[in-house]
Design a protein around this ligand. Structure first.
Ligand code: ADP
Length: 523
């Protein structure tokens, strides 16, 4: 708690819901500005779509999605087209209201005409998504995985994944969707908050059984059946890294707006909850990302009708205590200070020393951990703790994924031309300056055409926009304009090569301009 009136700054600020500034000038905050907005269903779907446009194969772990109401005609047309080209395709779709959670307002449909357009879609936009009909079943039940991911830093990008997570089970045996069973939430939706109300929900004293279990217990089972659990983990790691790569451009825009570079401010980190569904063939599919995953380690138990009590939940405790303990260990400012200034002085005990729990044993599946705390010869609180349950995956695997970070570079250009500190939208002058400085205008593409491009795209994005607070061009609109320019300039290449070429051209021209300015400055 930060008592009212306290003046001394803190090393770590642990906010409940989202980043809020409150004049924090130093230390670390456990939330990123704009994270909640960035992982909302619609924003996430948009970010994934951009990446799917650039790298369709690499991003096929996210179900095909459309945004309602604006893409309803597109949804209808695309489904019809796919049905025409493959008459045996009998799809199911899941409609999820934007900003919803715990299964709230979700329903399944067989045909686009079944979308409930009355009232709610207009006032509450939604995402409609291809329903994964063949999930992996355990004991005939559908389940999903909640994995905890620590985004430790945005620049440079640092990502950790918890070695164990939760598996949350449905409470009715699964059947592929038919018109008859579409409405059976206990069969199709794995949300704990829904299934807890089913008479079949099993609270278990063991972390390996029941309606909520450790993910490692599922892996053990799969491994004993001969499944390639190492491959599964590597697919999950790559899903997590690629998803975060899709989110970073937007996050960077929020970051520079709330914590402008060059001014005193905190750094941020955040624990995210990734919801993943395994398909029958063990391919992991991303369902959603939670900015505020529940860290509750108790559950409610009905002692007698209507009388509830909070009782400890062993499985939640096993997984979540480890995640929080290791997050604190990784961001522990004492550790850095110890290393930087008094390497020989035995460190003061930190709060992390009193938190202790057993690490689940998915070690084998993941290979030996290489992210142990740095060896410390002095007696350290680390010595009393189990090995880290958070595994560093980025920058560890950065080389494999760096080619995907194109939109990040487009966002860097966008931020460069934003001008006014604290803004997240580009004005028409900023856009013109971008075009001029990068020398993108010519006889085929006049400055009048530049203005028309700006107005067209900005108007469309603002008309469907969630954020009406500021006028101007948002990052996604700029990305669209940038893709447009790239397609125009490099006609016959695949999109990602067109975009990469234009980025290189812009970066090169800006570097040259910057060099010239420096020379003039000196002269
Ligand atoms: P919420 O935030 O409301 O929980 P989710 O996107 O997590 O929304 O969806 C709720 C549940 O619906 C998931 O836990 C999963 O069981 C099921 N679900 C969601 N999307 C799909 C999908 N594309 N295919 C199959 N099942 C899905």
């Amino acid at each position: 708690q930060f008592p009212f009136g306290r003046r001394l700054p803190c090393d770590i600020y642990w906010h409940g819901v989202s980043f809020h500034d409150n004049n924090i000038f130093s230390g670390q905050v456990n939330k990123f500005p704009g994270m909640m907005e960035t992982v909302r269903k619609i924003t996430l779907s948009r970010a994934m779509r951009t990446m799917q446009d650039l790298f369709p194969l690499e991003y096929n772990f996210y179900p095909r999605s459309w945004i309602l109401p604006e893409e309803l005609p597109l949804f209808v047309a695309e489904v019809q087209m796919m049905k025409d080209s493959n008459p045996s395709w009998k799809p199911t779709f899941i409609v999820k209201p934007d900003g919803g959670c715990q299964g709230d307002g979700i329903y399944l449909i067989k045909d686009p005409s079944d979308i409930r357009l009355t009232g709610s879609i207009q006032s509450r936009p939604a995402v409609v998504q291809e329903y994964i009909c063949k999930p992996l079943l355990v004991d005939k039940l559908k389940f999903d995985i909640r994995l905890y991911v620590l985004l430790k830093s945005l620049e440079p990008l640092e990502i950790y994944i918890a070695k164990d997570g939760l598996s949350r089970f449905c409470t009715e045996p699964y059947q592929e969707p038919t018109l008859k069973n579409l409405h059976q939430v206990f069969m199709h939706l794995t949300n704990y908050s829904l299934n807890i109300h089913s008479g079949n929900f099993i609270h278990s004293a063991s972390v390996n059984t029941g309606s909520k279990r450790t993910f490692s217990s599922i892996l053990c089972r799969l491994s004993s059946r001969g499944a390639d659990v190492k491959k599964l983990w590597s697919d999950i790691i790559s899903l997590v890294i690629k998803t975060i790569i899709a989110l970073t451009p937007e996050l960077k825009v929020y970051y520079q707006s709330d914590i402008p570079a060059g001014k005193p401010g905190p750094t941020c980190f955040q624990i995210l909850g990734f919801d993943i569904l395994l398909m029958k063939n063990l391919k992991p599919m991303l369902l959603e990302v939670n900015a505020n995953p529940s860290m509750r380690i108790e559950h409610e138990q009905e002692l007698s009708p209507g009388v509830f009590e909070n009782v400890p939940s062993p499985v939640d405790e096993e997984v979540k205590v480890a995640v929080i303990r290791d997050t604190l260990r990784l961001v522990d400012p004492q550790k850095k200070k110890r290393k930087d200034t008094h390497p020989e002085v035995p460190p003061k005990p930190t709060p992390t020393a009193i938190l202790c729990c057993r690490c689940p044993s998915s070690e084998q599946a993941l290979g030996a951990s290489e992210e142990q705390p740095e060896p410390d010869t002095s007696p350290s609180p680390e010595a009393a703790l189990p090995s880290l349950c958070l595994k560093q995956v980025f920058p560890k695997y950065a080389k494999q994924f760096s080619y995907l970070r194109l939109v990040d570079r487009v966002a860097a250009l966008f931020i460069r031309f934003l001008g006014v500190k604290g803004t997240t939208k580009l004005g028409p002058t900023g856009f013109r300056t971008f075009i001029r400085n990068c020398k993108l205008s010519n006889s085929n593409f006049s400055m009048a055409a530049v203005d028309i491009l700006y107005i067209d795209i900005t108007r469309r994005w603002n008309s469907m926009g969630i954020d009406h607070k500021e006028s101007g061009m948002c990052l996604q609109a700029f990305v669209e304009a940038f893709f447009c320019l790239a397609q125009k300039k490099y006609k016959s290449l695949p999109l990602h090569e067109q975009v990469a070429s234009l980025i290189e051209l812009c970066e090169c021209r800006l570097a040259a301009l910057h060099g010239k300015r420096l020379v003039w400055g000196c002269g």
